[in-house]
Write a protein that binds this ligand. Structure first.
Ligand code: F0G
Length: 325
């Protein structure tokens, strides 16, 4: 059985003996060697494969702690605004905790797999006529009324849970020279920074991939105009001697294709970490960890759009051999 991260890192998390642990077996995700990417970048590249979490994204690390604390604190319902992954994770952990989840998502802008998850898991899904940022403002205002607890990453229990990914990397590999991440709202950057700081073995240089067209990018998970953690991200970049790389959609999609063909099948936004790594100067011997934040199955429409459809053939070996050429 996978040990829940709340148990694995209990003493470094804000848990008490009274906290009911709401777990779906999150954390302890693979750190995959990426031989072909390493070759391409002239560095030693590793992928922290967060698509292996129970709902297919890194959000589960934060949601286990957020829902455990919500239950401990007697919360009656939770709310989040989401581009899809927070929604799927909140829906799953709220269901496990026996709490209703209200999901606010930008209408028409969430990938199919994520929508399916939130609906199947019984969350109340509302499509907001507006952007993610507007849905986020509405979620904050609703939470301020006291009827719902906010489980976006402004809820600092989320950051606490997500910081454990840094602990795992340090335990398995030590502190890498560079850690690359997609930059949406910045909660995950903040969490990794906190995790490396608490691990006490030094900081990697944080290199963030953000979209040049934040409000409209094809990478729908990071279609966020206004990062809510911008100030903390700025501080983390100063402290780690890090940087933000602006990526157009082509750069993100090229990295997505490269990853899918050679290493791992992720959703487009997740490839922003690899796209950012590809802008690093070639430096053999550097150890780079790219965080791959979400599973490719989340976003089947992107696959349909970006890859050729399969050919149809008759069940005849000659026809198949012909078509397979
Ligand atoms: N990668 C994926 C797959 C995401 O879903 C997100 C954020 C990010 C990266 C960016 O992380 O916001 O911590 O900088 N998704 C949020 C959501 C916005 O609602 O699921 P960040």
């Amino acid at each position: 059985m996978t040990q829940p991260l709340a148990e694995r890192y209990r003493e470094r998390l804000p848990l008490t003996s009274e906290t009911p642990i709401i777990s779906l077996g999150e954390g302890s995700t693979p750190l995959l060697a990426a031989p072909r990417l390493s070759e391409a970048l002239g560095s030693e590249v590793w992928l922290k494969w967060e698509g292996a979490n129970p709902t297919g994204s890194f959000k589960d690390r934060g949601m286990t702690i957020a829902l455990s604390k919500a239950l401990e604190e007697g919360v009656e319902a939770v709310v989040c605004a989401s581009t899809g992954n927070t929604a799927a994770s909140a829906a799953a952990y709220a269901a496990r905790a026996g709490l209703p989840a209200l999901i606010l998502q930008p209408a028409g802008a969430v990938a199919l797999g994520k929508l399916a998850q939130a609906r199947a898991l019984g969350a109340r899904v509302l499509e907001v006529r507006g952007s993610f940022d507007e849905a986020m403002t509405a979620a904050r205002e609703l939470a301020a009324r006291g009827t719902h607890a906010l489980v976006n990453s402004l809820n600092l229990y989320r950051i606490e849970g997500q910081k454990t990914a840094a602990f795992e990397i340090v335990e398995e590999l030590g502190v890498p020279d560079v850690l690359t991440l997609p930059y949406g709202g910045g909660g995950n950057t903040r969490a990794y920074f906190k995790g490396f700081e608490e691990a006490g073995a030094g900081l990697p240089r944080l290199v963030l991939g953000e979209s040049t067209s934040r409000a409209t990018t094809v990478a729908s998970a990071i279609r966020i105009a206004d990062p809510v953690h911008a100030k903390e991200v700025e501080q983390a970049l100063v402290r780690s001697n890090g940087s933000v790389v602006a990526l157009d959609d082509d750069a993100i999609i090229d990295a997505w294709r490269l990853l899918a063909h050679e290493e791992v099948f992720c959703e487009p936004a997740s490839a922003a970490s690899v796209a950012a790594a590809m802008t690093l100067p070639q430096k053999s011997g550097h150890r780079v960890v790219c965080v791959i934040t979400g599973h490719g199955l989340k976003d089947p429409e992107s696959v349909t759009r970006l890859t050729p459809p399969p050919l149809q053939v008759d069940p005849d070996p000659d026809a198949i051999a012909d078509a397979a050429r």
